[in-house]
Design a protein around this ligand. Sequence first.
Ligand code: FNR
Length: 334
Amino acid sequence: MNNFYANKIALAPMVKAGRTPLRCLSLDYGADLVYTEEIIDVKLLQSKRIVNDILNTVDYMYDEEIVLRVAKEEKSKLVLQIGTNNAENAVGVLKKLEHDIAAIDINMGCPKPFSISGGMGAFLLSKPDTVKEILTSLVAVAKIPVSCKIRVLDTTDQTREFVKMIESTGICAFGVHGRRREERPSHPNRIDEITEVVRQASIPVIANGHSSVIKEYSDIETFRQETNASSVMIGRRALSNPSVFRKEGILSMEEDIHNFLDKACIYDESYTQTKYVVQRILGSQQEFDPRGRDTVSAANVQEICKAWNKEDKFNECRDYRRRHSLKRRNSIEE
Ligand code: FNR
């Protein structure tokens, strides 16, 4: 199972962005693994599993909300990242979703107040006993690879101790973001500290935190070489330029948006999430490009597609869903 995370380039977990369309697009472009956005354990435990044979997906629904939509095309490369503060819930999520995902990862890096106050994310970096219990319990029952994603701690000694502890639980790999808990993206990524973690580790390390420097695929390889890490995980750059995963080179903003909208239409992504990713790809062009301004003022996915001349794709996917749900209703009634 250790090979799963070895020698890979991955889409990093990103709330609001790391959903079916961006994940599938990243895989099409060349990413080897894709992480889901962090999903809180309780939400998954309370969700209902639905096989969606119209979209060829498995959906985990919480009321009307799609908590997780797993497409057939991504299943074997999909890492579910959860936010948790206890072993019982983490194991519950694993057992419930194990057959729909390729691996499970515990978030130990998120510094947001929501995570910290819930005893999750980066809070866990100060709770080694809890971490040990969560990871050991998962490893004991998991039939799929288990990993976690951490940040570097306040001193190299503390990081070393923490890494030794997580490795002792039997996990397959871990991601490390080279910023401390209180550091923001504007702080430099601590490459030397990641390199030291890699030197010490006996399992694959997935280096992270270098999006400000990474512009295209070759820079991903440079980051890998600089840190000596087995694998690399890309967040912000993959959000502003998903085609960063293309060995052949990045595409234009317009092409990235077109390709993303195709996936958003195919997987019937919600308005909020679709708009968020398109706006992140647009960046400052939201104000200067007329299609950017139309995206900002769009009130639904159809209007976003219209702004980018993708209405045909939107209509095609919508009509396909309608036809098939009608057919299914008729066959149930017969
Ligand atoms: C993140 N990050 C993050 N990390 C995580 O473990 N779980 C998550 O759900 C999220 N969500 C998230 C959302 C957004 C919009 C951003 C920009 C970031 C952190 C992310 O995975 C990564 O660690 C950092 O962005 C640093 O890597 P890059 O961006 O320099 O490649």
